[in-house]
Design a protein around this ligand. Structure first.
Ligand SMILES: Nc1ncnc2c1ncn2[C@@H]1O[C@H](COP(=O)(O)OP(=O)(O)OP(=O)(O)O)[C@@H](O)[C@H]1O
Length: 335
């Protein structure tokens, strides 16, 4: 089993956490999650489903009611955060304002007992990874949001931990910077070879960065797998709706038909009546009366040209329609 441990950045087993006693909230229930070395996993789910609780239990900032956490094959369940050897980029883990950029990045290695010159050299190398070589002497209060975010990343990377935990790492940045850093992060993760567990609300971010995703609902993981598989083949109507699939047609017997984007071809097939049109940032959202159910479509300005005299031609590839259990209204037994 030695090889298996060496390849595993994280192995969390059956983690549970209830806040506030018997009448409280079950924020995580028997959640198991693993991340291999060199792999990036995104933890997705709506607000309040337990993502931060999972990250905090793994980091040692929250004591689980039960379960175990192994990092790089080592059982760290009973250890405090600083002894777990995990790189953290949390929103509430702010940089030290009184220290220079270099000292912020050197902090982890210093705490672990590395002599200052060596820690600085290592910090300098890490700053190079995040393209901030020239910024070592700056105070962190003199940085832009994107630069500060990269310093936080460098600080986590400098710990040379087998596991990095990132909680919404790009959430404080504007759209342009997010897009730019997304690309950089992907390359960076590939280079450092650590396992990365990332919490995000942004599905594009998850798809861009993670090889694997785990979707949480009410304290449990309801689906996990290769990112593309989960997005293309959601296991249930709830997962499909959460991931942004708009076309779910309820069927008798608790099932639902999912008509994925890739099943729809505009400008071909029969013309159906457009029954609603709503402009939005990127064009408009329209509803079309297909005989099997209403189709909701996000159209660009160019695609809207297919609407002629209140009708839109759209071909539905029946072979791509998936039948999934309709669990959207499932009673929430955990919270
Ligand atoms: N310290 C706490 N005491 C009591 N309840 C808590 C505490 N921390 C979190 N909770 C509750 O536990 C549940 C899970 O919270 P958690 O922060 O893990 O969710 P999340 O998925 O990270 O949400 P978000 O995406 O909004 O950050 C929520 O219902 C939350 O209100």
């Amino acid at each position: 089993m030695k090889t298996e441990s060496a390849l595993s950045a994280l192995n969390a087993r059956n983690l549970s956490k209830r806040y506030g006693g018997a009448a409280g909230i079950q924020a995580a229930q028997n959640v198991s999650l693993s991340v291999a070395a060199g792999e990036t996993v995104a933890l997705l789910g709506p607000s309040g489903c337990g993502k931060s609780t999972m990250l905090r239990m793994i980091a040692g900032l929250e004591v689980p009611d039960s379960g175990t956490v192994k990092v790089g094959g080592r059982d760290v369940t009973a250890l405090p955060p600083e002894a777990r050897h995990i790189g953290l980029v949390f929103q509430d883990y702010a940089l030290f304002p009184h220290l220079s950029v270099l000292d912020n990045v050197a902090y982890g290695p210093r705490v672990r007992g590395m002599p200052r010159p060596q820690a600085w050299a290592q910090a300098q190398d890490t700053l190079e990874l995040v393209n901030l070589t020239e910024f070592g002497d700056r105070r962190v209060t003199e940085l832009s949001g994107g630069q500060a975010q990269r310093v936080a990343l460098a600080r986590a990377l400098a710990t040379a931990s087998p596991l990095l935990l990132l909680d919404e790492p790009l959430s404080n940045l504007d759209e342009r910077l997010r897009a730019e850093l997304r690309g950089e992060l992907r390359a960076l993760f590939a280079r450092v070879g650590a396992g990365v567990l990332l919490v995000t609300h942004d599905q594009r971010e998850a798809l861009a960065l993670a090889g694997r995703v785990a979707v949480m609902r009410a304290g449990q993981i309801v689906q996990q797998g290769a990112a593309r598989d989960v997005f293309e083949r959601p296991a249930t109507a709830w997962v499909a709706a959460f991931l942004g699939q708009a076309n779910l047609w309820p069927q008798p017997g608790g099932m639902c038909l999912l008509v994925p984007e890739q099943a729809l071809t505009l400008g071909e097939g029969e013309a159906y009546a457009v029954i609603a049109r709503q402009p939005d940032d990127s064009g408009e959202t329209v509803q079309v009366a297909h005989p099997r159910g209403t189709l909701t479509l996000a159209l660009s300005a160019r695609e809207s040209l297919h609407i002629v005299e209140g009708r839109l031609r759209v071909q539905v590839d029946e072979g791509l329609i998936q039948a999934v259990p309709d669990d959207r209204e499932a009673a929430n037994t955990l919270i």
